[in-house]
Design a protein around this ligand. Structure first.
Ligand code: GBH
Length: 453
């Protein structure tokens, strides 16, 4: 079996709104996801995160389960409206839950990695325009500083934002995530303000002299052209510009990609939200890049996506319950490209990778061989990248638990642990046991399908 380096970090990931529940407890006010979920027609069957996995109350049991699986690191996110239920007002009770969680993790020898923003913007901030309003950047900075003050010495790994592409473009452009707006000017302004708030938070972290690592997590969708025609190649380059380069270029090169600036200005007008000095702030050095990878896209010139004038085509490989193609080779190409073109020797972490499948619980067991196969194939390419000398330092599975899958509610299960939402009982799936063995071996154990019961 090919091994990972001895210090390779094995983790699991979640996000606050997707698992915590306790939506009205200990002073928490609403976020844009509470509001969005309550808007008819936005989330599958009107599901909300009110209870979710009730992790807010069950965290000791959950951390215990992580320990039993041998998990070394836990990536979770902090709920902004628990910490700042009102503009400018800190809620000390908001810190209490996270302090207890961190204590529990430390007792079990699990390293905490905190995401500051995983999409649950306080409703009070959205009332003033949310991420389209430059003032939200200042509110985020204040929130981040409060967290550094409170937990800076206890949390060694910080992720400013999770997938600003989703927060900006799915939230303000495509309207499928909160706050559900469909306005590309807003979406572009939001993308810029998210990036700017990242840079300011990193600077604040440095100014406080904290000794941990701070970075950002981006989602990447490697994009292949459906044909070699110049139109389709250009369409794929546009999608790549939108899905990937729009975020990674300002972060690592201090510029927005020129082809995309020209395209967006042609489509939606000039970039009046960009102010002198912003790009230098965005490009402030960070300690690692978090990579979320699920699938690739195959694109061609078309009309399906109005802003980009792109159509999508099936890749041809097997798909998960989300309809996303299983395509591990694109992860390998992505990691190589990031190193060659953007990050150089900066550490990379896979901060999310995983798959939804329609699991069924029988006699307390879930035989999720498709998920094992997905994880196995993606970890094999991680191993290959490391063997080539790539600086990939860890891997977090998405997700530890089945949870609230945003617009899909509870209808999609990404967990390696099954959650019975009636009883809140947890059942480790076969994939959890397989992952535990993988961690134990520090290498990818290849299980053949015939070996499943
Ligand atoms: C992540 O989002 C989230 O961080 C996490 O909270 C969530 O539960 C998890 O993944 C599973 O969805 O076809 O080019 O338009 C991932 C969101 C899904 C964003 C796929 C990009 C397709 C891009 N990504 N999506 S494209």
């Amino acid at each position: 079996m090919k091994k990972f380096p001895n210090d390779f970090l094995w983790g699991v990931a979640t996000a606050s709104y997707q698992i915590e529940g306790a939506a009205h407890e200990d002073g928490r006010t609403s976020s844009i996801w509470d509001d969005f979920a309550r808007t008819p027609g936005r989330v599958y069957e009107g599901h909300t995160g009110d209870v979710a996995c009730d992790h807010y109350h069950r965290y000791p049991e959950d951390v215990q389960l992580m320990k039993e699986l041998g998990v070394q690191a836990y990536r979770f996110s902090i709920s902004w409206p628990r910490i700042f239920p009102e503009k400018g007002v800190i809620n000390p009770e908001g810190f209490t839950f996270y302090r207890r969680l961190i204590t529990e993790l430390k007792e079990q020898g699990i390293q905490p990695a905190a995401t500051i923003y995983h999409w649950d913007l306080p409703s009070w901030a959205q009332a003033e325009g949310g991420w389209t309003n430059r003032e939200t950047v200042g509110h985020f900075l204040q929130y981040a500083q409060a967290l550094f003050q409170e937990f800076g010495d206890e949390i060694p790994v910080w992720i400013t934002h999770n997938e600003p592409w989703c927060a900006a473009f799915l939230g303000y452009g495509e309207g499928v995530h909160a706050p559900g707006h469909r306005n590309w000017r807003e979406a572009l302004a939001a993308s810029h303000h998210l990036l700017l708030s990242h840079g300011l938070a990193v600077q604040a972290y440095r100014d406080m002299g904290l000794q941990g690592q701070i970075g950002i997590t981006l989602n990447f969708t490697p994009t292949d052209a459906a044909t070699s025609s110049p139109e389709d190649v250009a369409a794929a380059a546009r999608w790549d510009g939108y899905a990937n380069r729009w975020f990674v270029e300002p972060l690592f090169k201090g510029v927005y990609p020129a082809d995309m600036v020209a395209w967006f200005e042609g489509q939606v007008g000039s970039f009046d939200f960009l102010q002198p000095g912003d790009l230098a702030t965005i490009a402030v050095p960070i300690d690692f890049l978090g990579v979320n990878y699920y699938s690739r896209n195959v694109s061609k010139q078309g009309t399906e996506h109005e802003l980009l004038q792109v159509d999508f085509q099936e890749g041809g490989g097997p798909v998960t319950d989300m309809g996303w193609e299983v395509h591990p080779q694109s992860l390998l190409q992505l990691l190589r490209r990031l190193e060659a073109e953007y990050v150089g020797r900066l550490p990379l972490y896979i901060t999310e990778n995983g798959a939804a499948y329609p699991d069924s619980l029988t006699d307390g067991a879930v035989h999720d061989e498709d998920r094992i196969s997905y994880l196995q194939q993606h970890l094999e390419v991680c191993q290959q990248f490391v063997a080539e000398g790539g600086n990939l330092q860890g891997y977090y599975v998405w997700s530890f638990l089945d949870n609230f899958e945003w617009a899909f509610g509870y209808s999609k299960r990404f967990g390696i642990v099954y959650v019975d939402y009636e009883t809140q009982e947890r059942f480790p799936k076969d994939s959890a046991r397989w992952f535990a063995e993988t961690i134990g071996n520090n290498g990818v154990k290849v299980i053949k399908r015939e070996d499943f019961t």
